[in-house]
Design a protein around this ligand. Structure first.
Ligand SMILES: Cc1cc2nc3c(=O)[nH]c(=O)nc-3n(C[C@H](O)[C@H](O)[C@H](O)COP(=O)(O)OP(=O)(O)OC[C@H]3O[C@@H](n4cnc5c(N)ncnc54)[C@H](O)[C@@H]3O)c2cc1C
Length: 428
C-alpha cells in the first residue's frame, strides 16, 4: 500500500489554519518574517517586554520545518565540537556548547511555563558507529567532551549496544542523556499560542514580497497589504527567498524526509528502542529515527533536493529499505505516512545571527533547530531590545557565502553535493 503523503505530526494536533485571517497592523515595532520556532520564540520574547511584534508567514503558522521535523532536541551543533574548537578556538567552542545546553533548557522551560502538551522528555540521544573506525572516533570524542566541556557521555560496545537499540548493524554507540524529544507540531502550535498570549499578532497568508528601508523605518509589502516597522527579523530558515537576497545566497536549502510506520506492538517497540532514545547514525548521508505513539519515525536525506511530491514519493521507498536494514523486524510494518521538509545549511554548517542592511537574522541550524531556533529566537529578540547583536555568541564569526560567489539562491550543486557525501561515506 502506498503511504499517504502527509505530515504525520499534523494528525496529532489541530494546526493553525487560514480560515480567519488576522488583519495586518499598519505599524509595528518589529516585523518578523517566518512563522516557525525562530519567529514565534522571538515574537513571544518581544511581546512579553511590551514590544508590538507581528509575525508574517507565507503559508500557515508553523507550516515550515518546525512542524515537519523529527522532534529531536539535541545537545551540540551540527559540526562536532572538536572541529568547532579547531576552527574557532577554545573560548568560542566553550561558549557555543554551553549555548546548546541552554537551548535545551529553554525548550524545557517554555514547555513548562506555557503548559505546552507536546510530550517533551529528556529521552537522551544515541549516536551509532556505522564502521569500526567510527567507533574509535566516538571513543575519542567521549574523552574530549569530558576533558574540555565536563560533559559526560557513555560509550557502548557492539556487545552492549543491544541495551539501547535492537539492531546488529552498528559497531557500538555513544549515549548522551541530556538531549530530549518532543512532538514538533504540538510544540510549534503551543509556541504560537504562547506568542499570541504575550501580545504578538500572527499573520498567515502574508508572504513578504518586498522589503525596503526609508528614513529609519522598514516598509514591508505582503501578499495582503503593507505595514511599516522599526526593525525586521528574518526567520525564514530553509525557505529563505529572494526578498532577502543577501541571506538567500548564504543559505543552502536541503531536503530531508521522514516515514512513519503503522502503530507497532508494545513488545516490538521495546525491542527496537528500549529506552525511547533519539537515534542518529555516523554517516554523511545520515539516518535518524525515534518512536512516537508506538510508531517508528524514520528519517534521512533520501534525496538532497527540497520536498516535492516526486522527491517525497521516491524517499518513501528508499527510507523503508534503510529502515529494514537497521531493523529487519520491521520488514512487514506498513508505512502509513511520508513527508519532507527543508533544512537550512550555511556554507560553514554553522548557525548565524546578526544584522545585514539593518535587518536582523537568525539562520543556519543545520538539523539542530528544535532547540537552537527556539533559543536564538529568544536571544536575538533580547539582543534587539538591547540594541546590541554583535555580542551574541553566534554573531562572533563571519557568515560565509559560496566560494567564488558561485551561488545565487538556486542550489544547482546539490546533486554533486549528494554524490560527494556518498563518496565520503564510502571512504571515511
Ligand atoms: C525533515 C526534517 C527533520 C528535522 N529534524 C530535526 C530534529 O530532529 N531536530 C532538530 O533540532 N532539527 C530538525 N530539523 C530542523 C528544524 O526543523 C529547523 O531547524 C527549525 O524548524 C527551523 O525553524 P525556523 O523557525 O527557523 O524555520 P521554519 O520552521 O522552516 O519556518 C520558516 C518559515 O518562513 C516562511 N517564509 C519564508 N519566506 C517568507 C516570506 N517571504 N514571507 C513570509 N514568510 C516566509 C516559511 O513559509 C516558513 O514557514 C529537521 C528539519 C526537517 C525538514
Amino acid at each position: 500500500m502506498t503511504p499517504t503523503q502527509r505530515i504525520y505530526w499534523h494528525t496529532t494536533v489541530q494546526m493553525p489554519d487560514d480560515l480567519k485571517l488576522m488583519p495586518l497592523p499598519e505599524k509595528v515595532d518589529v516585523a518578523i518574517i517566518g512563522g516557525g520556532y525562530t519567529g514565534l520564540s522571538a515574537a513571544r520574547t518581544l511581546a512579553k517586554q511590551g514590544v508590538k511584534a507581528a509575525v508574517l508567514e507565507t503559508n500557515t503558522i508553523g507550516w515550515g520545518a518546525s512542524s515537519r521535523n523529527a522532534g529531536m532536541v539535541l545537545t551540540g551543533l551540527k559540526l562536532g565540537m572538536q572541529t568547532v574548537m579547531k576552527k574557532y578556538g577554545r573560548d568560542i567552542a566553550k561558549r557555543l556548547f554551553q549555548y546548546s545546553l541552554e537551548a535545551i533548557d529553554t525548550v524545557e522551560q517554555i514547555v513548562k511555563e506555557e503548559n505546552i502538551d507536546c510530550g517533551f522528555q529528556r529521552y537522551g540521544h544515541v549516536l551509532t558507529a556505522n564502521k569500526p573506525k567510527h567507533f574509535e572516533a566516538l571513543k575519542n570524542d567521549i574523552e574530549f567532551m569530558e576533558k574540555e566541556f565536563n560533559h559526560k557521555l557513555c560509550l557502548l560496545s557492539r556487545e552492549e549496544q543491544g541495551a539501547e537499540i535492537g539492531s546488529d548493524l552498528y559497531y557500538g554507540a555513544l549515549v548522551d542523556e541530556c538531549s530530549g524529544g518532543l512532538n514538533p507540531a504540538q510544540y510549534v502550535v503551543g509556541l504560537a499560542g504562547a506568542a499570541e498570549r504575550a501580545g504578538a499578532t500572527l499573520h498567515a497568508r502574508a508572504r513578504v514580497n518586498r522589503l525596503e528601508s526609508k528614513e529609519n523605518r522598514f516598509f514591508l509589502e505582503t501578499e495582503r497589504g503593507s505595514l511599516n516597522a522599526e526593525s525586521v527579523l528574518v526567520a525564514t530558515s530553509g525557505y529563505t527567498g529572494n526578498v532577502t537576497k543577501n541571506l538567500q545566497k548564504k543559505v543552502i536549502p536541503i531536503g530531508s524526509f521522514i516515514i512513519a510506520t503503522e502503530k507497532l506492538s508494545d513488545a516490538l517497540v521495546n525491542k527496537l528502542i528500549p529506552n525511547g532514545r533519539m537515534i542518529f547514525d555516523s554517516m554523511h548521508y545520515l539516518n535518524y529515527y525515534r518512536l512516537w505513539d508506538n510508531r517508528m519515525i524514520f528519517g534521512g536525506r533520501a534525496a538532497f533536493f527540497p520536498e516535492t511530491s516526486k522527491t517525497i514519493q521516491r524517499s518513501a521507498e528508499i527510507l523503508r529499505q534503510e529502515m529494514i536494514e537497521v531493523y529487519p523486524l520491521l520488514k512487514d510494518a506498513r508505512i502509513e505516512y511520508v513527508w519532507g521538509g527543508t533544512l537550512d545549511f550555511a556554507f560553514d554548517m554553522m548557525t548565524h545571527v546578526g544584522k545585514t542592511d539593518g535587518i536582523y537574522y537568525s539562520l543556519g541550524y543545520a538539523g539542530h533547530g528544535v532547540a537552537m531556533a527556539t533559543y536564538t529566537g529568544k536571544t536575538v529578540a533580547e539582543a534587539m531590545l538591547k540594541g546590541n547583536i554583535s555580542d551574541h555568541p553566534f554573531a562572533s564569526f563571519s557568515f560565509p557565502g559560496a566560494p567564488l560567489g558561485l551561488y545565487n539562491g538556486f542550489p544547482w550543486f546539490l546533486p554533486f553535493a549528494g554524490a560527494w557525501h556518498k563518496i565520503l561515506d564510502w571512504i571515511e
